[in-house]
Design a protein around this ligand. Structure first.
Ligand code: XIL
Length: 329
């Protein structure tokens, strides 16, 4: 449709508009993706287990293909993610006999991994999610109890940022997390990034994942989180934006398409959200959707198996939804 304006074009000079992609989606609908997004994140294909499944073997094929596609189309790339409790192979934390690896061994492995991955893409990936989802949210504990924490110790985040900075001094380094607008978690995240900055760790940005839904968080809660993180003096990226049609209380699995009411709510949500982002354009450099269109979203089947979801501005046929028009207007 020649009359459809470009999504990223509408935000040129304001912030990047990105999408999470895979080799499958860029092969299948590369032209669509390149016409609406000027930034890419690999949804899975730069994660530790994908790139470095065994200690002695790396597999860069998929990541290279995504990089090449981005460069051919003049798009920015965000690296995701170096240190995370998910999608990281067990060998990282174990000796050959299955006993827990020492702190030194795990840090050595992180060092090799970060240098291999970040130097391969040095100067081409401008921002890296160095640590993902390290805050505990279910209990009053501060850090999530991950294998990174139990093998390395509390300073694993500081070490990760220092290692990543040495591996690519030109990359902007991010701490990235979800439920980032929840007041209790928000304050823990704030405290974490502040303490990293206090010890001189090279943290340049805060990634707000933005996995939100039709009901919440409220615009005021999002605003408060943006202001609090921005007060640290770091850059802000919205890294994984989507607006789920359901909150976690609503377990209906019978819907095959969004109701009119849901469609209207989505449009209004995206309108409010992008208005807010534009207000904070001096702090926000990049807004990435976790997917390019509703035909491929991790929210299909999550958290309820078999249930569909419609969280993005383009529908399953890649056609702009009313939410798209509100975002570009
Ligand atoms: C998700 C992917 O979208 C899925 O395909 C995969 O099965 C699991 O990971 N927070 C993150 C992302 O930082 O890496 C996650 O991506 C979604 C939640």
């Amino acid at each position: 449709d020649t009359k459809t304006p470009s999504l990223y074009g509408a935000y040129e000079g304001i912030f990047h508009i990105g999408a999470a992609v895979s080799t499958r989606t860029i092969r299948r609908e590369g032209e669509f993706i390149a016409s609406h997004y000027n930034s890419l994140t690999a949804e899975n294909q730069m994660k530790f287990e994908e790139i470095h499944p065994e200690e002695s073997s790396y597999d860069f094929d998929a990541a290279d293909e995504i990089m090449k596609f981005a460069e051919k189309n003049g798009m920015a790339v965000r690296g995701h993610a170096l240190v995370w409790h998910n999608q990281t192979p067990d060998w990282v934390f174990e000796e050959a006999d299955g006993t827990p690896a020492s702190r030194e061994r795990v840090l050595e492995r992180l060092h090799s991994h970060a240098h291999a991955v970040m130097s391969r893409y040095r100067g081409r990936i401008h921002a890296w999610d160095v640590v993902n989802e390290a805050i505990e949210e279910k209990t009053e504990a501060y850090l999530r109890e991950t294998k990174w924490l139990t093998t390395v110790g509390e300073d694993y985040l500081e070490q990760a940022f220092r290692i990543a900075h040495a591996a690519d001094p030109s990359a902007q380094l991010f701490y990235n997390d979800y439920n980032e607008t929840d007041p209790i978690k928000r304050d823990k995240i704030y405290r974490l990034v502040r303490s990293l900055l206090e010890v001189g760790a090279p943290v340049h940005g805060m990634g707000m994942q933005g996995h939100w839904n039709l009901h919440g968080p409220s615009i005021d809660e999002i605003r408060e989180a943006i202001e609090r993180y921005a007060s640290l003096g770091v850059r802000l990226h919205i890294t994984e934006l989507d607006v789920s049609a359901f909150d976690f209380e609503d377990r209906r699995s019978d819907l095959l398409a969004p109701t009119d009411e849901m469609q209207e709510m989505l449009t209004q949500r995206y309108d409010d959200i992008f208005r807010l982002f534009r207000e904070y354009r001096n702090f926000i450099d990049s807004v990435t959707f976790w997917g390019a269109a509703d035909n491929h979203t991790w929210l299909d089947g999550f958290p309820v198996r078999g249930r569909l979801n419609w969280p993005l501005p383009f529908d399953r046929e890649l056609k702009p939804k009313p939410a798209f028009w509100r975002i570009v207007e």
